[in-house]
Design a protein around this ligand. Structure first.
Ligand code: NAP
Length: 310
């Protein structure tokens, strides 16, 4: 097994930034991309709030930003590997052991940027209808709902952004939210309220997703009146937050009660030589810009840690 200077686990904005910085720092990093190069932004239709990435002729897309970040990191020597981590052993200290489906690695330092995944509702029918009417990604699946009537579950920025995006395809979008107020920021709220195709069902939770081969309806309950109803729909788009992709880190680094990696202000985890950045350790900001900043900080700290050991 060859020993690497730095292995970066994950290829979202935090990972690709850490790759760029450690590559420019002559550390010849390996990035294990995971199941989606670019992570969540590669599934984002429009990126309007990443500074320095604004054009007169079009709104940039997530994949466009990923492509530029990848190109920039590779230009300076980062090696991106399309594989997934299945196991790590950080318990013996540096060099750290990392196993993917295809290979085993030893790394002097590790930067974990494995991100987060969409949270599930956990109701009957949800699992069974994934890909057959249940979706967690408007960009990926919106096209299949051209002229259809769909529901969006959630009241945060993601739910509003996706509901607005989905009106490009769908005939109608009903937002089902468990409270009578949105969590989303003012700008997105305003855009959603102004969109004629979007309506709101307040104080309501989805209790079951039903259909026959594909989704046909959602069973809902009003949490105030306790009234229940069956709402016919062609699709259910669920945007109710995320959970960190940290299963493989259990027992390896300290995690909080929600599974987020605990880091200090220098992006250090509980294991010396293992750093973390982006949504795997940040449940608060979760922006491309903050992940990029954290990825940069983690890379600089990893560089410093490696040079201090020599
Ligand atoms: P979020 O802000 O945590 O919102 C999750 C929404 O889902 C909330 O409205 C929540 O309801 C609801 N919810 C949670 N669990 C539920 C359940 N079991 N059943 C029904 N509803 C449930 O998540 P997010 O929208 O994915 O956003 C995450 C972060 O990314 C935020 O910091 C957000 O600002 C950021 N983000 C920013 C942008 C942007 O700036 N353009 C775009 C997307 C995301 P309650 O409101 O009642 O808690």
């Amino acid at each position: 097994m060859e020993k690497e200077r730095v292995v970066i686990i994950g290829s979202g904005p935090a990972g690709l930034t850490a790759a760029l910085y450690t590559a420019r720092g002559q550390l010849n990093p390996v990035v294990i991309a995971g199941n989606q190069l670019g992570g969540q932004i590669s599934l984002t239709a429009e990126v309007e709030n990443y500074p320095g990435f604004f054009f007169d002729d079009h709104t940039p897309t997530g994949p466009e930003l990923v492509e530029v970040m990848q190109k920039q990191a590779e230009h300076f020597g980062a090696r991106i590997v399309f594989d997934e981590v299945v196991e790590v052993d950080f318990t013996k200290g540096s060099p750290f052991y990392i196993k993917t489906y295809g290979k085993e690695y030893l790394a002097d330092a590790v930067i974990v940027t494995a991100g987060a995944s969409p949270r599930r509702l956990g109701v009957p029918g949800e699992e069974a209808f994934i890909g057959r009417g249940v979706s967690y990604c408007g960009t990926c699946d919106g096209f299949f709902f051209r002229g259809k009537d769909i529901v969006v579950v959630g009241g945060g920025d993601s739910a509003m952004e996706e509901a607005i995006f989905l009106t490009r395809f769908a005939n109608s979008v009903r937002v089902i939210h468990r409270r009578d107020q949105l969590r989303a920021g003012a700008t997105l709220q305003k855009r959603a309220f102004a969109n004629e195709k979007i309506s709101f069902i307040w104080d309501t939770v989805v209790e079951e997703i039903v259909g026959n081969g594909t989704v046909q309806a959602v069973k809902v309950r009003n949490v105030k009146s306790e009234e229940t109803a069956v709402l016919p729909t062609d699709g259910v788009f669920i945007f109710i937050g995320h959970y960190p992709n940290s299963k493989f880190l259990e027992g390896q680094v300290e995690l909080d009660e929600h599974g987020y990696v605990i880091t200090d202000e220098m992006m250090r985890t509980s294991v010396e030589g293992v750093f973390a950045a982006g949504e795997i350790q940040d449940a608060v900001y979760r922006q491309i810009a903050t992940s990029v900043g954290q990825g940069c900080a983690a890379a600089l700290q990893a560089e410093r840690w490696l040079s201090e050991r020599e």
